[in-house]
Each structure stands twice: as structure tokens, then as C-alpha cells.
Design a protein around this ligand. Structure first.
Ligand code: HEC
Ligand SMILES: [Cu+2]
Length: 363
């Protein structure tokens, strides 16, 4: 083979380029679309710069002092002005519409997406699967299935990025943010924090393992910690005393939380809000900031008493709570323990009544 440059340098370049690819692999459903827009932008920018450079060079030759000693005065040209207005406008409108369509696609997770929670902290990523699997600086996901990440930071601003999936989203203290993707190629991909977050920011790196669905199932089965997030949440719900006010009994002081997730509730100020992850988390930390209509603002704040992981457990528990039977069981056992008296068959009768208690919601 004939080398244009020294063979040693050539080998060095080839190795270097292979280790520092200009482009990460396209490993998610959205990646080819994001890249297409990127390359279109790159192309029109290059075209624009090319035209400008070409004109600078050709005008300086054409209108050089020797060739054109007397400056030519041009009194404006409507055609020229219309051309350089309409063509760029059309290009920008294409970019705007294309970008907006892509934006909506990227920001709206499909409703059938599976959910994984991610907690960022200095300096690691913790992922929690609903089944209770925990991992640090690693994220196992199945290919071919939309995955939504519900993320929050325990301390400062972080930013979660998987270049191969073309996704990046801020991870903020005090607020859930979400990002979604469908991995398309099994493999191992880098996971970064892309927001400077302190001394060891550069080490806040991990790996995403995109697995074939059957491998993912095997991984889930092999890494379970014994209890799911919802089960942890159920224990917290009882130990923090939430069950005392949220038992679904007609006499209970707080609203019924069974089937609450996804419903619309009316607040005391008359406005409506949808019960989502953020609303649940906020109701636990700042109950007075959005009091449910028809209830007294008596719920205490749990600020400082529950960790981000604990809050995720509670949120996941309430999300998957479809009946209050077990809540009332835990309540009765704690009542029995506390008072020494038995409520006997009263429990199931209460359970019946609770099932009929209407919530102040319209779905
Ligand atoms: C002293 C009784 C009491 C305790 C204890 C209590 N709550 Fe509440 N909770 C209420 C009342 C009353 C409301 C309605 C008024 C409001 O929104 O502040 C409410 C509202 C809520 C809401 C909003 C529900 C909706 O559909 O509008 C959630 C979620 C919630 N509580 C969860 C919890 C959790 C989780 C705990 C335990 C960590 C807890 N609560 C402990 C009384 C209580
Ligand atoms: Cu970080």
C-alpha cells in the first residue's frame, strides 16, 4: 500500500481514530432521527460557509483594483434581497418544524414505557428497578422496549446522558425529571454526568447494558434484593404512620390513596391537578402547598425524614395501590398491638365500606 504520510504516523492516526470515534454508535430508536437533523444542520452550515468563502474569494479577484479601478455603485436589487431572505427563511422553517417534531417525540414517553428510577448524587448514579433491583453506575435495560427513567438528585445539579442513545436530561434536586429511550442494539454503552457537579464529576461515569429481553429477565431474576420498591414503600407507609390517615375508611382523616395515581384531584383552591409521581412526592414533603379539596390541612410534612430512595418507594407503592385491604390490615395489627383489643370481624366490614367510599376525583 502506498502511504501519503509516514507509515508510523498513519498507523497512529488509524488507532487514534478507532479509539476516539467521532460519533457514538446509534443504539436507540431516536438516534438515527437525531443524527439526521444534526447532519442536515451541519450540511446547511457548511453550504452557507462555503458560499460566503466562495464569494469573498471571487469578489476580491473580480473587483480587484487593477481590474476594476472605479468602484461600481449598486442602488439595490429587489430580486437579490428577496432571494437572500426567502431561501434562508425556508431553510430555518424546515429546521424549526423538523426540530419541533423531534422534540415532541423525545419529550413524550410512550404510555407503555416501563419505568426505572435513577437517583444522582455526588458522585454516582443509583438505579432502582420496580422489582427492587438496585445498581450503582450501571443500568440494565432490555432492547426493543421503551424505558422511561424518572430521575432526581439527592444533592446538586447533575445531568444524565447516554450518547449512544442520544439522550440527555438534567437531574435536579427536589424535582423528578424524566427521559425515555428504546434501545435497539444489545451492547454496553457509556453513561455520563454532563453537568459539572464537584471534584469527582469526571468519575461520575457508568455503563448501560442493553440486553436481549430474555437476558434482561434473567438479570432481573438474578439480581433481586428480595423485596420490590412497592413492598418497601408499604413498610414505610405503615412505619411512618401514613396508614392512620390514609386507610380509605370513611372516618379516615386523609383521602383514599387506592387508585389515586393518574386521577385528577381538585385542590382546595379550586384548581385541578393530575396525580403523578411529582404530585405524590410533593404531597409528602409539602402537604400544605396543595391541599386536596374537602380535607383539612392536617397532614404533617415528612421533609428530612424520608430519603430520596424512601420517597421513591412510597411513590411506587401509592402508584401500584389498587385497594386498601392490606392498608387496613396493617392498621388493625398496629391498633391491636397498641391497645391490646381485637377488632375481629370489624376489619373486613370496614374494608367493604372503604371500597365504596367515593374519592373526590374524576378520571
Ligand atoms: C395526620 C393525618 C395524615 C398523615 C399521618 C398523613 N397524611 Fe397524607 N394527607 C392527609 C390529609 C388530610 C390530606 C389531604 C389534605 C392535603 O392535601 O394536605 C393528605 C393528602 C395526601 C396526599 C395527596 C392525596 C390526594 O389524592 O390528594 C398524599 C399522596 C398523601 N397524603 C400521602 C401521605 C403519605 C405517603 C403519608 C406518610 C408518609 C401521609 N400522607 C401521612 C392526612 C395525613
Ligand atoms: Cu454529576
Amino acid at each position: 500500500m502506498h502511504y501519503f504520510i509516514s507509515p508510523v504516523l498513519w498507523q497512529f492516526l488509524v488507532k487514534w481514530l478507532a479509539h476516539f470515534p467521532l460519533f457514538p454508535p446509534e443504539a436507540s430508536s431516536v438516534a438515527p432521527y437525531a443524527d439526521a437533523l444534526f447532519f442536515f444542520l451541519l450540511f446547511i452550515s457548511a453550504l452557507g460557509s462555503g458560499i460566503v468563502i466562495l464569494m469573498v474569494v471571487s469578489f476580491s479577484v473580480l473587483y480587484h483594483k487593477e481590474r476594476n479601478p472605479e468602484a461600481t455603485q449598486i442602488e439595490g436589487s429587489t430580486l437579490l434581497e428577496a432571494t437572500w431572505t426567502i431561501i434562508p427563511l425556508a431553510l430555518f422553517m424546515i429546521v424549526f418544524v423538523w426540530g419541533a417534531l423531534l422534540y415532541f417525540r423525545i419529550y413524550n414517553p410512550p404510555t407503555n414505557a416501563m419505568n426505572i428510577y435513577v437517583v444522582g448524587k455526588q458522585w454516582m448514579w443509583k438505579a432502582e428497578h420496580p422489582g427492587g433491583q438496585h445498581e450503582i453506575d450501571a443500568l440494565h435495560v432490555p432492547v426493543g422496549r421503551p424505558v422511561r427513567l424518572t430521575m432526581i438528585s439527592q444533592d446538586v445539579f447533575h445531568s444524565f446522558s447516554i450518547p449512544a442513545f442520544r439522550v440527555k436530561r438534567e437531574v435536579i434536586p427536589g424535582r423528578y425529571t424524566t427521559v425515555w429511550f428504546t434501545a435497539t442494539k444489545p451492547g454496553t454503552y457509556h453513561l455520563f454526568c454532563t453537568q459539572y457537579c464537584g471534584t469527582l464529576h469526571s468519575q461520575m461515569i457508568g455503563w448501560v447494558y442493553a440486553m436481549k429481553p430474555e437476558d434482561y429477565q434473567a438479570w432481573l431474576a438474578g439480581s433481586t434484593s428480595g423485596s420490590s420498591l412497592a413492598q418497601n414503600g408499604e413498610r414505610l407507609f405503615a412505619s411512618l404512620g401514613c396508614n392512620a390517615c390514609h386507610s380509605g375508611n370513611p372516618s379516615s382523616r386523609g383521602p383514599n390513596l387506592a387508585e389515586a395515581y393518574g386521577a385528577k384531584v381538585q385542590l382546595a383552591n379550586g384548581s385541578y391537578t393530575v396525580v403523578d409521581d411529582a404530585f405524590l412526592r410533593d404531597s409528602i414533603l409539602n402537604p400544605s402547598s396543595h391541599v386536596t379539596a374537602g380535607y383539612a390541612p392536617i397532614m404533617p410534612t415528612y421533609q428530612g425524614q424520608v430519603s430520596e430512595e424512601g420517597l421513591i418507594d412510597l411513590v411506587e407503592y401509592i402508584k401500584t395501590l389498587h385497594s386498601n385491604d392490606r392498608v387496613q390490615q396493617t392498621l388493625n395489627t398496629s391498633l391491636v398491638q397498641n391497645s391490646g383489643s381485637t377488632t375481629g370481624t370489624g376489619a373486613s366490614a370496614q374494608g367493604q365500606a372503604a371500597a365504596e367510599t367515593p374519592r373526590m376525583v374524576n378520571k
